[in-house]
Ligand binder design. Structure first.
Ligand SMILES: [Fe+2]
Ligand SMILES: [Fe+2]
Length: 286
C-alpha cells in the first residue's frame, strides 16, 4: 500500500509527462456539434503544420485504403470521415509526443515495444471487423494505447521499470504480476491515469485499465476483450514485444464469448497479419 501511494504520488508530480496537443481537444469539441463542416475541422488541424503534414502522409498510406490520392486535409475529411480523421490525428500526436524519446536508463527494446503497440492496434481493428463492429478506429486506438503505462514507467520512472522487469524474469511471471507484487500499481493503472489526464473518452480508460482482465459486466467489455485478444495474438504471432517473455493467458470467458472455439481462426489471423503489415507505416512517421 505504501509503495502504491509513493509511486502514484511520484507520477502525479512528474510535470514533464507530455500533454496531447490542443488540436485534439478542439477537434473533439467541434465534432460534438453535428453542424461542424469538414472545412472547420480542416482549419483546426492545419493550425499545426507539422501535425497536418503527418496526417496527410498517414491518410495517403495503404492503411487507410487511398494511397497517394488525398491532397488536402479537407479532402481527407470528406473521404475518410470525421471519426477516422480524429483517430489519425490522435495517433499522429501520440507518436509525436513519445516515439522519439529515448531512454538510456533501461535496456528495454523500444523498437519492439512500438511494434507491439501498433500490431495490437491493427489486430484489435481486425477483431472489430470480425465482430461486425463499426468502431474499428476506436479499437485501433485502444490497442495502440493499451500498454502506454509501460512507456511512462520506462521513460519517467526507469528505476522502478527495471526493477519490475528483472523481478518478472527472476519469478518467471508476467510484467503486470511483477508490478503488482512490487508496487501494488500496474502499467494498466498508470496508462489509465494518463488517458484520464488527457481527457480521452471513458472507453479508452477502461480498455487500458482492464486489458489483462476484461470485466464481462463492464459496458466496454467488447472493446476491452478485443484488445485483450489482440495483445495475446500478436505475441503468439511473435510480432513485436511489450516486455514479457511469457505470453499472457487468454481469458476463457472472452474466448468463449467471441466464439473462437467454433469459428475458424485462420481467417482472423490472416486478417490480423494483413492489418499489421499495413499499419507498420506508423513506425516510419517522423
Ligand atoms: Fe499490458
Ligand atoms: Fe501488451
Amino acid at each position: 500500500m505504501a509503495n502504491r501511494i509513493k509511486l502514484l504520488n511520484t507520477l502525479e508530480n512528474i510535470t514533464s509527462i507530455p500533454t496531447l496537443p490542443i488540436v485534439i481537444e478542439r477537434i473533439t469539441l467541434l465534432l460534438q456539434n453535428p453542424k461542424t463542416s469538414a472545412e472547420e475541422v480542416g482549419k483546426v488541424i492545419t493550425t499545426d503544420q507539422a501535425l497536418a503534414s503527418k496526417v496527410l502522409r498517414l491518410v495517403n498510406s495503404a492503411f487507410y485504403g487511398f494511397p497517394g490520392k488525398i491532397s488536402t486535409i479537407t479532402h481527407a475529411i470528406v473521404i475518410l470521415g470525421f471519426s477516422t480523421i480524429k483517430s489519425v490525428v490522435l495517433t499522429a500526436s501520440f507518436f509525436d509526443v513519445f516515439h522519439k524519446r529515448e531512454s538510456d536508463a533501461t535496456t528495454f527494446d523500444l523498437e519492439q515495444f512500438w511494434l507491439h503497440s501498433i500490431a495490437c492496434g491493427a489486430a484489435a481493428q481486425a477483431i472489430a471487423k470480425f465482430l461486425g463492429s463499426n468502431d474499428k478506429e476506436e479499437y485501433f486506438i485502444a490497442g495502440l494505447l493499451h500498454d502506454l503505462g509501460k512507456l511512462i514507467l520506462c521513460q519517467y520512472l526507469p528505476n522502478e521499470f527495471n526493477l519490475a522487469l528483472s523481478n518478472a524474469q527472476i519469478k518467471k511471471c508476467l510484467f503486470f504480476e511483477s508490478e503488482k507484487e512490487l508496487f501494488d500499481v500496474t502499467h494498466q493503472d498508470i496508462g489509465a491515469f494518463l488517458v484520464r489526464r488527457w481527457n480521452l473518452p471513458e472507453h479508452l480508460q477502461n480498455t487500458v485499465l482492464f486489458h489483462h482482465d476484461p470485466n464481462p459486466s463492464s459496458k466496454h467489455f467488447l472493446m476491452t476483450a478485443a484488445v485483450h485478444c489482440a495483445d495475446i495474438f500478436v505475441r503468439a504471432l511473435d510480432i513485436g514485444n511489450g516486455g514479457d517473455t511469457k505470453i499472457p493467458e487468454m481469458s476463457e470467458y472472452v474466448w468463449n464469448s467471441f466464439g473462437f472455439e467454433s469459428a475458424s481462426l485462420t481467417g482472423l489471423l490472416d486478417a490480423i497479419r494483413d492489418e499489421i503489415a499495413k499499419a507498420t507505416v506508423f513506425l516510419h512517421i517522423t
